[in-house]
Design a protein around this ligand. Structure first.
Ligand SMILES: Cc1cc2nc3c(=O)[nH]c(=O)nc-3n(C[C@H](O)[C@H](O)[C@H](O)COP(=O)(O)OP(=O)(O)OC[C@H]3O[C@@H](n4cnc5c(N)ncnc54)[C@H](O)[C@@H]3O)c2cc1C
Length: 436
C-alpha cells in the first residue's frame, strides 16, 4: 500500500522509465506506448513517426537494459553535409559530400576555402559558449564569416526555422568546437569520433518493439488524455471526465503545455515543430545516389528541408522484403522545421511533397517515389532566449506543487532516448522511495 497517490503522465520513453522503476500508473493520451519513438510499416517500408531515431549515448547500465528488452545492433555513424549548390555562397560546392562535422573536415572544401576558414577561426581565438548571446553570434564567433555563410547560416535558417538569430546557442556537443580537431581536419587528418552520435544502437525488431516490451511491465491506462490539473485541490482532470486526486505527479508533457493546463503560466520559450516526410523510393543507377551515408545535412535545399536520412542505409530491413536491395531502393526520412504554431495546411503539405520529390530527383538522389507518408511532431526542438530564466522558474513553481516535469520536453532540453529512459528510471525510483 502506497503512502501517497503518485501518477505519471505520458508513456514515451521517459514515462515508461518512470513506470518501470516505480509501478505508478501512467496515463497516456494515445493507444500505444513510445511517444514520438515508434516505428510502423507502410507498403512494406519501415518508417518512424519522428524520422530516424537511433539510440546514441547512454551508459552501460542503460544500454544493457535496452538490450535486455529488445536485442539491438550497433552501427557506426556515416553522416555528411551535402551541398546542392543552390545558393551563391554554395555554388562552387555543388554536389559535394563533406563528412560531419564540417568544421573538422575543412580539407574537403578545397585548399582556398579551407585556408580562409582556418585563418578566420584562428584569428578569432574567442571560442566560448555563453547564454548572453544568440546562436547566430556564437556560430560567427567560433567558426568565422566564411564557414558561417557557406554552411552554418543557411543550415540553421532551415533547422531552426530562422530562430537562430533570436535564441541562445545550443548545447555545444551538437556543434562541437575543438581547435585541434579543426586544424587536423584542415590538414586532411580528420578525427572521426567527434559529436554526440559517433555510434548508436537500434533494436533488430524496430523501435516500437522496445517500447512495447517495457510497457508490458508498466501499468498504463491508454487513451486517457490529461486535460487539466487543478493545482489547488491537486486534481487531475482526464479526457473521460474522471477526476483523480494526486499527491505527486511526474509529467513528461512539453513544459509549455504543462504550464498552461495547470494555469501557472501562458509564457513560453520558442520551439520548433518538425515535419517528417517518410518516403519509399526507387534509386537511380548513378554514383550520387550510392553515397551510403546514414543521413545528410543539407544547408541549401530549395524546398526547405535540412536533413535527408536513409533508414535503409543503416539497415536494409527498413525495406520491404521484395525490394531488399539498398543499392536500388531506399527508405528515407526528410525533415523540415517550422516555428511553433505554424503548421502547414493540407494544400501547403501537398506542395512541399511535390517540390521535395522534384528536388531530390533533380539531384539524382531518387528516381521514383513509391510511397510517401508525412508525420508531424508539434514540439520537436526546444530553445531558450539569451539570459532567460523561464525554465528554472517554471520547474520550481511546479515542484512547489509536487509536480515534477521531466524528459526532453518536460525539461525543455536536448536529450535522446537513452537519457530520457534513464531520467525516468531515476525520478521514478526516487518517488517510489518517498512513497514507501
Ligand atoms: C526530429 C527528432 C529526431 C530525434 N532523433 C533522435 C535520435 O536519433 N536518437 C535519440 O535517442 N533521440 C532522438 N530524438 C529525441 C527523442 O525523440 C526523445 O528523447 C524522446 O522521444 C523523449 O521521450 P519522452 O517520453 O520524454 O517524450 P515523448 O516521446 O514526446 O512522450 C510523451 C508522451 O506523452 C503523451 N502525452 C502527450 N500529451 C498528453 C496528455 N495531455 N495526456 C496524456 N499523455 C500525453 C504522448 O502521447 C507521448 O506518448 C529526436 C527527437 C526529434 C524531435
Amino acid at each position: 500500500m502506497s503512502a501517497y497517490n503518485t501518477f505519471i503522465i505520458g508513456a514515451g520513453f521517459t514515462g515508461l522509465g518512470a513506470g518501470l522503476a516505480s509501478g505508478f500508473k501512467i496515463f497516456e493520451a494515445t493507444d500505444k506506448p513510445g511517444g514520438i519513438c515508434a516505428s510502423y510499416r507502410k507498403e512494406g517500408f519501415r518508417f518512424e513517426i519522428g524520422g530516424g531515431h537511433w539510440i546514441f549515448g547512454g551508459d552501460k547500465f542503460i544500454l544493457d537494459l535496452i538490450n535486455k528488452f529488445s536485442k539491438c545492433k550497433r552501427y557506426f555513424r556515416k553522416s555528411a553535409v551535402f551541398f546542392t549548390g543552390n545558393l551563391e555562397e554554395t555554388k562552387k560546392l555543388k554536389f559535394k559530400f563533406i563528412d560531419y562535422p564540417i568544421q573538422n573536415n575543412l580539407y574537403a572544401l578545397g585548399d582556398k576555402i579551407a585556408s580562409q576558414v582556418l585563418k578566420e577561426i584562428l584569428l578569432n581565438k574567442k571560442s566560448y559558449i555563453s547564454n548572453d548571446i544568440t546562436m547566430e553570434e556564437w556560430l560567427k564567433i567560433n567558426f568565422g564569416q566564411t564557414l558561417f555563410s557557406i554552411f552554418f547560416a543557411p543550415f540553421h535558417e532551415r533547422y531552426t526555422a530562422g530562430l537562430y538569430k533570436e535564441i541562445a546557442p545550443q548545447d555545444p556537443y551538437k556543434t562541437p568546437f575543438d581547435i585541434k580537431s579543426v586544424i587536423d581536419g584542415a590538414l586532411g587528418n580528420p578525427n572521426k569520433s567527434v559529436g554526440y552520435n559517433v555510434s548508436f544502437i537500434y533494436p533488430e525488431d524496430g523501435l516500437d518493439s522496445l517500447a512495447w516490451e517495457i510497457a508490458k511491465l508498466c501499468n498504463t491506462q491508454y487513451e486517457s488524455k490529461l486535460e487539466k490539473i487543478d493545482i489547488e485541490t491537486k486534481t487531475l482532470i482526464l479526457s473521460d471526465g474522471k477526476d483523480i486526486k494526486f499527491d505527486f505527479l511526474i509529467s513528461t508533457l512539453p513544459l509549455n503545455k504543462l504550464l498552461k493546463i495547470t494555469g501557472i503560466s501562458n509564457e513560453e520559450e520558442p520551439y520548433t515543430s518538425v515535419l517528417v516526410l517518410n518516403m519509399g523510393v526507387e534509386l537511380p543507377d548513378n554514383k550520387i545516389s550510392k553515397h551510403g551515408f546514414h543521413w545528410l545535412y543539407v544547408p541549401d535545399s530549395l524546398s526547405g528541408f535540412h536533413r535527408v536520412g536513409y533508414y535503409s542505409n543503416v539497415d536494409p530491413t527498413f525495406l520491404p522484403e521484395r525490394l531488399r536491395n539498398p543499392e536500388k531502393y531506399g527508405s528515407l526520412y526528410i525533415e523540415f522545421a517550422f516555428r511553433g504554431g505554424e503548421k502547414p495546411s493540407d494544400e501547403d503539405l501537398r506542395e512541399i511533397i511535390e517540390k521535395t520529390e522534384d528536388e531530390l530527383r533533380e539531384y539524382g538522389l531518387i528516381k521514383k517515389c513509391l510511397v510517401v507518408d508525412p508525420t508531424w511532431i508539434e514540439v520537436a526542438y526546444t530553445w531558450r532566449k539569451p539570459r532567460s530564466n523561464w525554465l528554472e522558474k517554471s520547474l520550481d513553481k511546479l515542484a512547489e506543487k509536487n509536480i515534477f516535469s521531466i524528459g526532453r520536453y518536460g525539461r525543455w532540453s536536448f536529450q535522446g532516448i537513452a537519457e530520457s529512459l534513464k531520467e525516468g528510471i531515476w525520478v521514478g525510483s526516487v518517488l517510489k522511495l518517498k512513497n514507501s
